[in-house]
Design a binder for this molecule. Structure first.
Ligand SMILES: Cc1cc2nc3c(=O)[nH]c(=O)nc-3n(C[C@H](O)[C@H](O)[C@H](O)COP(=O)(O)OP(=O)(O)OC[C@H]3O[C@@H](n4cnc5c(N)ncnc54)[C@H](O)[C@@H]3O)c2cc1C
Length: 378
C-alpha cells in the first residue's frame, strides 16, 4: 500500500490551487450575489486540461486518472463550490456516458468540444415526480420515422440555462422497467424546450434549470451509442461520480476548517486566542480528524475507480461520509467564528449553505443508506 501522491499529482494540485486562487476567487462574490455563472471559465478550464484530465489520451483526454480528477475537484471546491459543481455536471455527468458508449460521430460532435470547454453540457435525469426514484421517470421518447419525439419535464438540471447540449434520460417504452430508460443528446437552446432558471439558497452561482420538453424531434443519431436501454451506463456514471462529488465535499470542508483555524488563532478573548478554549480546540480537533478520515476514503475510492473495482455500496459509503462531514465541519466553522461566521466578509457561511447540496444531489443521504443497507442484504 502506498498512500503518497505522485510527483505529478502534487504538481497538479499546486497548479489548480494557484489557478483557483488567482482566477476563480476574485469572481466568487459577484457570481454568488448575482446568481450568474461566469461562462468564460469553461474554455479556461478546457485550455488547462482540467475538464478532460481523467479521460484517456487516445480519446482526447489528459491521460491522468481519477485521483487527478479528485484533486482538481477538491482544489476548485476549496475556492468555490458553485463553480466546482457546474464543472462536475459538465466534466462528468454530461459527457462521461458519451465517452463510455457514444458513437464516433457523437464523440466528435459533443465530447471533443466539451473537453475543450467550448461547448457546455448538462445531464437531465431528475424530474418533478422522480428525483430519488429514477426508474419512475416519465419523460417519454416515442419512436417515429427517422428519430424520436420527446415529451416530458426535467427538474434541478445543473448548467441547463447556459448549456449547449443536454444528455437527456427518457423512457423509450411505456413499461416501468430499467431497460426502457435511454439517453439522448439534445442540442440547447431549443424552441421545443422551455428552460426556467431556478433561484437557490445553495451554490447560487451554479445555474440550475426546470425544463419543459414539448414535442421535441431528435434524429436517430441523437440516441446515445445508437442503442436503447442505457440504464446500466447511468448507474455506472452515478457510482463513479459519487466519489467525484465526495472530493468536492472534501474541498469545502478543508476551506471551512482553514478559515476557522486561522480565526481561532487570531481572535483574542481574555488575552488568549480562542483556540485555547477547550470547547473550540476540541471542535477543531474533531474537524481535523473527520476531514482526515474522509480524505483517505475519497482517494481510496478514486484509486478503486482506476483499478475498476469500485462498487455502488462503496461509492455510497464514501459519498455519505464525505457529504455529511462537509455539512458538519462547515457548521462547526460558523460556530467557531461566532457572529463573524454569518457575515459575508468570511467564507464559512457560503460554504455551509453550499455544503447542503451534496446531502441531496447525486442521491440523498437516505438513498446512500438504502444502497448500503441493500449490500448488507436488507
Ligand atoms: C442544486 C441541485 C442540482 C442538481 N443537479 C442535477 C442535475 O444536473 N441533473 C439531474 O438529473 N439532477 C440534478 N439534481 C437533482 C438531484 O439529484 C435530486 O434533487 C435528488 O436526487 C433528490 O431528489 P428530489 O429532490 O426529487 O427529492 P425526493 O426524491 O422527493 O426526496 C425527498 C426526501 O425523501 C427522501 N426519500 C425519497 N425516496 C426515499 C427512499 N426510497 N428511501 C428513503 N428516503 C427517501 C429523500 O432522501 C429526501 O429526504 C440536482 C439537485 C439540486 C438540488
Amino acid at each position: 500500500m502506498n498512500f503518497n501522491f505522485s510527483e505529478e499529482h502534487i504538481l497538479l494540485r499546486e497548479t489548480v490551487r494557484r489557478f483557483s486562487e488567482t482566477e476563480l476567487a476574485p469572481l466568487v462574490r459577484e457570481a454568488d450575489d448575482n446568481e450568474v455563472f461566469p461562462k468564460e471559465l469553461f474554455p479556461k478550464w478546457g485550455e488547462m486540461g482540467l475538464i478532460a484530465a481523467r479521460y484517456p489520451e487516445k480519446d482526447g483526454g489528459g491521460g491522468f486518472d481519477k485521483i487527478a480528477d479528485c484533486i482538481i475537484r477538491e482544489e476548485t471546491s476549496r475556492v468555490c463550490q458553485a463553480f466546482a459543481s457546474s464543472l462536475s455536471a459538465h466534466s462528468h455527468l454530461g459527457i462521461w456516458p458519451i465517452w463510455r458508449i457514444g458513437t464516433e460521430q457523437q464523440k466528435e460532435q459533443y465530447l471533443k468540444p466539451a473537453m475543450a470547454g467550448t461547448k457546455v453540457s448538462c445531464f437531465g435525469l431528475s424530474e418533478p415526480d422522480g428525483g430519488s426514484n429514477i426508474r419512475a421517470l416519465k419523460t417519454h421518447a416515442k419512436k417515429v420515422d427517422g428519430g424520436y419525439v420527446i415529451n416530458g419535464s426535467k427538474l434541478y438540471i445543473t448548467n441547463a440555462p447556459m448549456a449547449d447540449f443536454m444528455l437527456l434520460a427518457a423512457r423509450t417504452s411505456d413499461e416501468l422497467k430499467a431497460s426502457s430508460i435511454s439517453l439522448f443528446i439534445v442540442d440547447l437552446p431549443s424552441a421545443n424546450i422551455e428552460i426556467q432558471k431556478l433561484a437557490k439558497e445553495s451554490i447560487k452561482a451554479s445555474e440550475t434549470g426546470l425544463l419543459f420538453i414539448d414535442d421535441l424531434f431528435v434524429s436517430d443519431d441523437a440516441l446515445l451509442g445508437g442503442q436503447e436501454g442505457n440504464y446500466p451506463i447511468i448507474l455506472e456514471s452515478l457510482t463513479e461520480n459519487r466519489v467525484g462529488v465526495s472530493a468536492n465535499c472534501l474541498g469545502m470542508a478543508k476551506a471551512a476548517f482553514e478559515e476557522a483555524n486561522t480565526y481561532a488563532h487570531e481572535r483574542i478573548i481574555s488575552d488568549k486566542p480562542i483556540g485555547k478554549f477547550q470547547a473550540i480546540g476540541h471542535k477543531l480537533a474533531n474537524m481535523s480528524a473527520e476531514i482526515e478520515a474522509a480524505q483517505w476514503l475519497v482517494y481510496y475510492g478514486a484509486w478503486q475507480v482506476d483499478q475498476g473495482t469500485l462498487d455502488n455500496a462503496m461509492a455510497a459509503k464514501i459519498k455519505l461520509i464525505a457529504s455529511e462531514m462537509a455539512v458538519k465541519v462547515s457548521e462547526d466553522a460558523i460556530r467557531i467564528l461566532g457572529g463573524a461566521g454569518i457575515m459575508r466578509e468570511y467564507s464559512v457561511g457560503r460554504i455551509h449553505r453550499d455544503s447542503l447540496l451534496y446531502i441531496i444531489g447525486e442521491g440523498t443521504s437516505e438513498i446512500q443508506r438504502n444502497i448500503i443497507a441493500r449490500s448488507l442484504g436488507f
